[in-house]
Write a protein that binds this ligand. Structure first.
Ligand SMILES: [Cu+2]
Length: 688
């Protein structure tokens, strides 16, 4: 390495210089293609910054020496779009030539003056508010751009293109029907005339896929199913003569990456379905929970690496894959990495999908009824979250990663809502570190089976956090050469389902927290250098750009359902010339597991096993007047009950199916309760 140059030049730019000879002679949008292949400068034109998904900006005006002066340049509210408890705001804004483009959890798109925050045009999606096949909040992870159009997927499973100048619809292509369980939450990728889109719905018995569309017309050019049909590659990892793979999930929750030199498209596929019931799907179940490489032009399979065999824990691979170049044992290597819900970062050679640092198959606990895999991949290096659960009262067993379960609940950490969820993991070629958001949250896993019905939830069990379980997070710098922790912050809140970061050549990592704070951290040391209260859950990944010589950092602050953070419709931009001060802190997210969601009033009956959810109280939270009586009615198939949690001073006892038991609440207070036979069922009564 030459010492007279900035360190990022050989690492970040060298890779791209190599690519120049493969630039196609003809391209539909040579300017955007060039930006996508280059280190990120003044514009941010795709969700992950460029084709690598590194989220690394070369801008240095805001740096470790002056970041303390950073203040709000502007804050814009997006006219109530995505306001309400069902929404999360997860999109990275895109910026091109001083105009910002942003999509909300309702799939509404806004164009803003990136210098002032003024709204230039708006597109209201008008999506059906009755879509019932959304697993984890109404979200959209962002846009793509090219050929004068903006591209995005909607929750109604359409891919849409808008005119960048006017916001008018240019084309709209249905990938599937939401009524069949399919939705789109990922940001697409545009490159060289194609738009690549994932699909969501892993909790609804769907068949995952990646679809490539013609950017000009919206015509579908190819699709690659993440689940093999009979006789196709991977079909040997499903029980022969069955069609379980046709509803096995493996959906694609995030933006692919692309290496133009190798001509490969990369993405990660999520958990298997039904999530917690492996009894009918003996085998490794490809391509669930796998990283996959396809030929970008044709969709032809090239390689895969499965992170978790025969997944029964909802260990989605939901965070975007990241391409990076490194030197290991003196040898230049082309890497790809992905942060999993297991708490590990999986680091591979992107030319062939083999481990770059080492991943070892080790024997794991067995449960014959679940048809568990004999071994699981253990990456060398460190996990970013604890991989064992603490015992809790009421549960016979607590276990470590890959612990097995059947009908009796077993507490496992990480759960399928732990480790790194959809949040992106940036990479800095300066430090050689990945920046990994993590969630610590145990789950009580139990299998109960589910009948498959098109468009209905198909998960086969539960992983509810036990009532009273502690929940928190980590933010970790992982060394890309060793997969070991360089530094780590313990965070008071879960951040693996938010808290996505961006890193700059100014030596800074920017990231939000669900309590509304937006932070700047020294990328090398982990020292916190600046924090600012935005007033809303700051869970979306920030973006860095420049207009008229002024550098900005922007973050959508609209809260997140997974994080339990305060909802909103705000966008904050920061600069060294900024004059806008912080807002009041919003209500903080929970740090102890318990009933969440809306509080019902005017209710005198609580259904046990209601709404086709055998293991749930409906409504789960109610507010009543002192002296009121609640009827706990068992509408399920099994015996259930409601027992005061911890205090044990009231109890319906076990109520057989079809019967009711009444409890009168005389004293004001907040009462939690569980179903003793099924302790992952819980509810809350607030007496006034
Ligand atoms: Cu029960």
């Amino acid at each position: 390495m030459r010492s007279d140059r900035q360190r990022w030049i050989p690492a970040a730019v060298g890779f791209f210089f190599l690519l120049l000879p493969v630039v196609p002679a003809w391209a539909a949008d040579p300017e955007i293609d060039q930006l996508l292949r280059s280190p990120v400068g003044k514009d941010w034109v795709t969700n992950g910054g460029n084709l690598t998904n590194q989220r690394y900006s070369t801008l240095t005006q805001i740096n470790t020496t002056n970041v303390k002066q950073l203040k709000g340049a502007w804050m814009t509210r997006l006219k109530g779009s995505g306001i309400g408890g069902k929404y999360s705001f997860e999109a990275s804004p895109l910026v091109k030539n001083g105009i910002m483009y942003l999509i909300t959890g309702n799939d509404d798109v806004f164009a803003l003056n990136a210098k002032t925050g003024e709204i230039l045009w708006e597109y209201w999606s008008g999506i059906d508010q009755k879509i019932s096949t959304i697993c984890c909040g109404w979200v959209n992870r962002g846009l793509a751009m090219g050929e004068g159009l903006l591209y995005f997927g909607q929750l109604d499973a359409n891919v849409v293109a808008l005119d960048m100048k006017t916001g008018k619809v240019k084309w709209k292509t249905p990938i599937e029907k939401w009524e069949n369980g399919y939705t789109i939450t990922s940001a697409p990728l545009y490159y060289d005339g194609l738009v690549y889109s994932g699909i969501s719905g892993g909790e609804f018995g769907v068949r995952g896929r990646v679809t490539a569309l013609d950017a000009k017309s919206g015509e579908i050019k190819w699709r690659w199913y993440t689940l093999p049909g009979p006789g196709e590659r991977g079909s040997e990892t499903w029980p022969p003569g069955t069609d379980h793979s046709m509803r096995g999930g493996a959906t694609v929750w995030n933006t692919p990456a692309l290496d133009p030199q190798l001509g490969l498209l990369y993405f990660a596929a999520g958990n298997c379905g039904p999530d917690y019931d492996g009894s009918m799907r003996e085998g490794d179940n490809l391509f669930c929970t796998s990283m996959v490489a396809l030929k970008a032009k044709t969709g032809e399979y090239v390689w895969h690496f499965q992170q978790v065999h025969h997944d029964i824990w909802d260990y989605d691979a939901a965070s975007p894959v990241v391409l990076f170049d490194t030197v290991i044992d003196g040898r230049p290597r082309k890497g790809i990495a992905e942060a999993g819900r297991t708490g590990w970062v999986y680091i591979l050679d992107r030319t062939n999908g083999t481990p770059l640092i080492g991943i070892e198959e080790r024997p794991v606990p067995q449960e014959p009824r679940q048809k568990t895999a004999k071994t699981q991949p253990y990456p060398k290096g460190d996990a970013t979250v604890p991989q064992c659960a603490e015992p809790m009262p009421g549960y016979e067993k607590a276990g470590c990663i890959f612990e097995v379960f059947w009908e009796h609940p077993v507490i496992v950490q990480p759960s399928g809502l732990g480790g790194t969820n959809w949040s992106p993991m940036p990479y800095s070629p300066d430090t050689g570190y990945f920046y990994v958001p993590g969630t610590i949250r145990p789950g009580a896993f139990a299998r109960y089976g589910d009948k498959f019905l098109v468009g209905q939830r198909y998960v086969g069990g539960t992983q509810a956090a036990p009532i009273g379980a502690q929940m928190s997070g980590t933010f970790t710098a992982i060394d890309g050469k060793t997969n070991k922790i360089a530094w780590q912050h313990k965070t008071p809140y879960r951040i693996g389902g938010g808290g996505g970061a961006t890193v700059t050549a100014g030596g800074l990592v920017f990231r939000g927290e669900p309590d509304g704070n937006f932070l700047a951290i020294d990328a090398k040391t982990g020292q916190e250098l600046w924090r600012f209260q935005t007033g809303f859950g700051a869970d979306a990944p920030p973006v860095v750009y420049e207009v008229d010589g002024e550098q900005f950092v922007v973050i959508a602050t609209g809260g997140n359902q997974l994080q339990g953070s305060a909802n909103g419709d705000a966008v904050w931009a920061f600069s060294l010339k900024g004059q806008v001060g912080p807002l009041w802190p919003p209500p903080p997210p929970p740090t102890v597991a318990g009933p969440v969601g809306p509080i019902a009033t005017g209710v005198d009956t609580i259904k046990m096993g209601g709404n086709n959810v055998e293991y749930g109280f409906v409504p789960g939270r109610v507010r009543i007047k002192a002296g009121s009586t609640l009827n706990f009615t068992n509408v399920g198939d099994l015996p259930h009950g409601a027992t005061a949690w911890q205090k044990g001073d009231w109890d319906t006892g076990v109520v057989p199916a079809g019967l009711s038991k009444s409890i009168t609440f005389t004293e004001p207070g907040v009462y939690y309760y569980i179903c003793t036979p099924h302790p992952w069922m819980y509810g809350q009564v607030i007496v006034e």
